[in-house]
Design a protein around this ligand. Structure first.
Ligand SMILES: *Cc1c(COP(=O)(O)O)cnc(C)c1O
Ligand SMILES: [Zn+2]
Length: 393
């Protein structure tokens, strides 16, 4: 059933065999899955999608498993695209939507990447996975690994949100709390994986998490009736969601389902960890390691994204931007979004509200532009961060 032609390095374009276990290209590039889109185009229509199953597996012809029995699903994706007129009025937008990813299994969009990555791990016969995580990727990995009967070894910073730690333990993963950042966790996985027989599921170090996350791009296109919005605000840590959406738009154009127009892609980062914003402003091709990274938006605490070159290219190609928000403004924005629209967002998602306000005020975006804010997780996973705000008042 598989429509995959090959895997391809996203940096040097070297080709790799499909249906084998792979991590990175020898040049350090992430591998992308390539499909036979001209063939798929002849057998798959937008009408068929309309009546397909109500989760991200509705896009199966452009997803990686060879056998449908491999699919490990907890009902992820097809999250609502919610019109936000009251928030729009407050920040100066007539056309504002929130894509609410907090409704995914394990309450973040990390479920999208893990449903495909664990599905492929199962299909390829992998028995043990290891993952360094700032929090939500660990929860999702633990959940899908549990559902697949795969052993999960998780390394996360010891100050990760408590919800993530408790989730992972309850879901049966082996958890190591690390006195350091996600980059330190990644090093520990790299050091031990060969000896332990773990498959490394680090962000962008295996080819399939991007495939799940790209469905955010398919969905926004479908939900806007195949007419992309003018701007997409994306809270950028490792940048996988942005890289995935950009890949999705390219595939959709090759399928003939959308045209050549693209949204302005806006990377939103925290003031306490802003490697992409810094590199974007300096016109640099790649980012530099952000020292002493610190923010309540745990998913944005990625000091040196592996996919930095890809992210920066997307921002530039899309005539987008990159912007930082302080933790204080993030929590204020979270309260604003919640009280005006009824959406209790993760701090990462709340940061997009503050970013939209800034880019409208600076006239980078206009009143009538159609804007989508990605709320990547539920605020319920960050009660400690929100509680600290109330106690301080
Ligand atoms: C992981 C995470 C992010 C960052 O995601 P990337 O696609 O890796 O940039 C943003 N928000 C939340 C809630 C996350 O868990
Ligand atoms: Zn390469």
């Amino acid at each position: 059933m598989s429509n995959i032609t090959h895997l391809e390095c996203s940096l040097c374009a070297t080709r790799f065999e499909p249906h084998r276990v792979h991590n990175l290209c020898s040049c350090g590039g992430t591998l992308f899955v390539r499909y036979d889109l001209p063939e798929i185009r002849t057998i798959w229509t937008r009408d068929q999608v309309r009546s397909a199953r109500p989760d991200l597996w509705r896009y199966l012809p452009v997803l990686p498993p060879q056998r449908p029995e491999s699919i490990v699903s907890l009902g992820e994706g097809m999250t609502p695209l919610i019109r936000a007129p009251r928030l729009g009025a407050a920040i100066g937008s007539e056309q504002l939507w929130v894509k609410d990813e907090g409704l995914n299994p394990t309450a973040s969009f990390k479920a999208r990447g893990m449903t495909t990555a664990i599905t492929m791990a199962k299909e390829l016969g992998i028995r043990k996975i290891a993952i360094p995580s700032a929090g939500n990727a660990a929860s999702a990995a633990a959940a899908y690994a549990a559902a697949a009967g795969i052993e999960a070894h998780i390394f996360m910073p010891k100050d990760v949100p408590q919800s993530n730690y408790i989730e992972c333990k309850t879901l049966g993963a082996t958890v190591t709390l690390v006195d350091g950042l996600i980059s330190d966790c990644a090093r520990m996985v790299a050091e031990r994986k060969d000896q332990e027989g773990w498959f490394d599921m680090s962000t962008l170090k295996e080819p399939y998490r991007v495939e799940g996350k790209k469905t955010m791009g398919y969905e926004v296109a479908e939900q806007f009736d195949w007419e992309l919005p003018d701007a997409i605000f994306y809270p950028t840590g490792g940048g996988v969601g942005m890289i995935g959406m950009w890949k999705a738009f390219d595939e959709l154009e090759q399928l003939g389902w959308i045209g050549a127009r693209r949204p302005k892609m806006i990377a939103v980062q925290a003031a306490g960890c802003q490697p992409i914003v810094r590199a974007f402003e300096q016109g640099a091709a790649r980012s530099e390691f952000w020292q002493n990274a610190s923010t309540i938006a745990a998913g944005l605490r990625v000091p040196k994204p592996l996919g930095d070159v890809l992210i920066l290219n997307i921002l530039r190609e899309s005539a987008g931007s990159a912007i930082t928000i302080s933790d204080e403004d993030i929590l204020d924005a979270g309260r604003e979004l919640a009280s005006l629209e009824g959406i209790f967002a993760a701090p990462e998602g709340a940061a997009c509200v503050a970013a939209a306000r800034k880019l409208i005020a600076s006239q980078f975006l206009k009143l009538a532009d159609r804007m989508v804010l990605y709320n990547t997780g539920s605020g319920l996973k960050y009660l400690d961060a929100y509680a600290a705000r109330f106690n301080a008042r």
